[in-house]
Design a protein around this ligand. Structure first.
Ligand code: ATP
Ligand code: MG
Length: 373
């Protein structure tokens, strides 16, 4: 590992990097190429940042803060104008070329064998030949998705949608315009762009956009400074918050408590900011309540009938080896999953996966048998 080169690129003393090797800087030797991952961040280095053998650094994708009260949040965070993009709901991937081969890095900095197969197929290789240092940050969306299956996008299986570009050894993003221009040039899918708005009119425009997205089952928007002078903010539709809750309450004990609280609190701020009358508030309350109680009671009933609670997903792969590698990838991430035998479908294989949610299973059974909370 060329640690001194990486240290220079990160702006930390090489001794500091060496000392992190027993702690948050973890070696990952599989799948190749070998790399070091920052499991947690340190000042100036995002979690998920990766160091490759030659010392090249791929920075972690930064956290995006959430606007709760949209109009004041926009006024406080941005300068004069904002660019509004769709926030697509899938999982975050960084596609990079290492010694001529393209790999997909997960948010945490692992190489994901499944996502790697997808990006190799979906991104024009000329892009990386012409720009070998580029880091493509994008969302993997679609129904055949191992983490966030959604059928609200024009995607049959799964696809990569670009939302930001960075470069190796560079912490910042190149901005909205460069991203959409590169996507256009190479025919890469890119997140929808809703336009640029002056700061004092933006919230109003975004409310309209959000209501439309919500009705279509889509998640929301990311608001960015067109020249990248301020950090972005995200804002989501009530329907999407509720659909997250509906999913999570089915597996209520396998999610962090903050997942639930933050989604409920958002609903309160949105309702007040939108000046909802009693009827609109009731409609929201009903939607929110149903998204909590319907899945929860379903889980409890199923468990009472002796069922194991599991999450079912499916993926489509070109090669069976990719499915085997993905099984190993899930195992190393600590996810217990049962992979069905791959089923041939045209020139690909469909693999059904049952993910176990042990904690919800155990907790529900214990409570049914009388254990106090
Ligand atoms: P965060 O990324 O803010 O730490 P999180 O991991 O819970 O939080 P989200 O709440 O989904 O993620 O919000 C941010 C994520 O949204 C990004 O990491 C990215 O994967 C995804 N995303 C989808 N569309 C966009 C877009 N247009 N611009 C930026 N990110 C987007
Ligand atoms: Mg997301």
């Amino acid at each position: 590992m060329n640690l001194s080169r990486a240290a220079r690129s990160l702006g930390v003393p090489v001794e500091r990097l060496e000392s992190l090797m027993d702690g948050i800087l973890k070696l990952s030797s599989w799948p190749e190429p070998r790399l070091l991952r920052f499991e947690k961040g340190i000042s100036g280095v995002e979690p998920g940042t990766v160091i490759f053998e030659n010392g090249d650094v791929v920075h972690g994708y930064p956290k995006i803060r959430r606007a709760m009260m949209l109009a004041p949040a926009i006024r406080r965070n941005f300068l004069d104008r904002v660019a509004v993009e769709e926030k697509m709901n899938g999982y975050n991937i960084r596609a990079v070329s290492i010694d001529g081969d393209v790999y997909a890095l997960t948010r945490g900095g692992y190489i994901c064998p499944f996502s790697t197969e997808v990006v190799r197929e979906r991104i024009d290789p000329d892009l990386f030949e012409d720009h070998p240092d580029v880091v493509l940050c994008g969302e993997m969306v679609g129904p055949e998705n191992p983490y966030v299956p959604k059928d609200v996008y024009p995607v049959e299986s799964i696809d990569f949608y670009l939302f930001d570009i960075s470069k190796k050894n560079c912490r910042s993003m190149m901005g909205v315009h460069a991203t959409h221009a590169l996507a256009e040039e190479y025919g890469v899918n890119v997140v929808p762009f809703f336009g640029e708005f002056p700061v004092d009119r933006a919230a109003e425009e975004i409310f309209r956009i959000i209501k439309r997205l919500g009705r279509a089952g889509r998640e929301g928007v990311v608001i960015k400074d067109p020249e990248n002078r301020a950090s972005p903010l995200k804002y989501t539709a009530s329907e999407s918050n509720c659909s997250d809750l509906e999913f999570a309450f089915r597996y209520y004990n396998d999610y962090a408590q903050d997942f639930f609280l933050s989604r409920v609190v958002r609903e309160g701020f949105q309702s007040v900011e939108w000046n909802e009358d009693e009827a609109a508030l009731r409609e929201r309350a009903l939607r929110l309540g149903e998204s909590i109680l319907v899945p929860l009671t379903d889980t409890i009933r199923r468990r009472m009938q002796g069922e194991q609670i599991m999450q079912q997903v499916q993926i489509r792969v070109r090669s069976i080896q990719t499915a085997r590698d993905f099984e190993q990838h899930l195992r190393r991430m600590g996810t217990k999953a049962i992979f069905d035998i791959p089923e041939q479908d045209g020139d690909s294989y469909v693999v059904r996966i049952l993910k176990q949610v042990m904690s919800t299973n155990d907790k529900t059974l214990a409570v049914i048998e009388g254990q106090p909370w």
